[in-house]
Design a protein around this ligand. Sequence first.
Ligand code: TRP
Length: 329
Amino acid sequence: MDISLTGIRPTGIPHLGNYLGMFRPALRLARDHEALCFVADLHALIDVRDPAAVAARTRELAAVWLAFGLDPASAALYRQSDVPEVCEAMWLLSCVASKGLLNRAHAYKAAVAANRAGGREPDSGVTVGLYAYPLLMAADILAPGADVVPVGRDQGQHVEIARELARAFNGVYGAVLRAPRAAVDPSVMTVPGLDGRKMSKSYGNAIAVFAGPDELRRSVMRIVTDSRPPEAPKDPEADTVFGLYREFAPAGDVRAMRARYEAGGLGYGEAKAALFEVLDEHLRAPRARFRELMADPGELDRVLAAGAARARELVAITVGRMRAAVGIA
Ligand code: TRP
């Protein structure tokens, strides 16, 4: 069976955009792949320097995965740092990686551009960790031999770099590494936030996934719409309420809602109420499960230990081959 792999950095409880863009595609792939899902705690160290926060957010994210329905009996859920061979693979890759490839990575280029604009040295404040981020990510992907990597558009370049590094390694040592493919789900490329811009924690326009019903209702009511009165026909494609509704409601309900937008006679208040209902229904069980898991650290630990054991089995095969290939077996 093909292997799908998803890593998510532990940066706080996700919002609806994260759910639609990362968790849901990964959970769908998990149905017909051997799924590896991990908490990228090593990647978090690039900007989270509070040890208690790293530990707490890592557990929280593991609970989020399970609350959204990842089945630990069929998928491996693990902490990146519990599979140390990945770091070894990173070094072996770094010895064939051209520095220019990393110079072109978006995050690094953005940091350099910001420094130039501010009149600072190009690499001012840039850690080697930030620079090498794509190398560690390539090791995450190549070491367990992933075939498919579901990612948002912003991570596409990183998967491309992993492919490039697989080619570079194989070019020197023969066919050792499998090149993965990125799976970008086009239907959820941009999830609109409360103000209509892309949903993002930094814009303050996000809907928290595990908010209680009252907070969820308040968020939905804050969604910005145009000022058309109820009787006026409305363009569903231009409206955030509809944009979110269609991600969660059954297809028949979405068609009916679209028709009501276009016919006129539907006020945005009513559309928001319908969105709240469907969201609350969808999120009620995960919300409860999340709270249960956070209250039971033993269960989380067991799941993470089993996941790491499975990931290490897979990683041992490829990293063993890499070691043999370079002459350090
Ligand atoms: N860079 C990814 C992000 O910020 C997280 C990540 C780390 C990842 N390693 C990965 C994603 C490997 C996919 C595969 O979202």
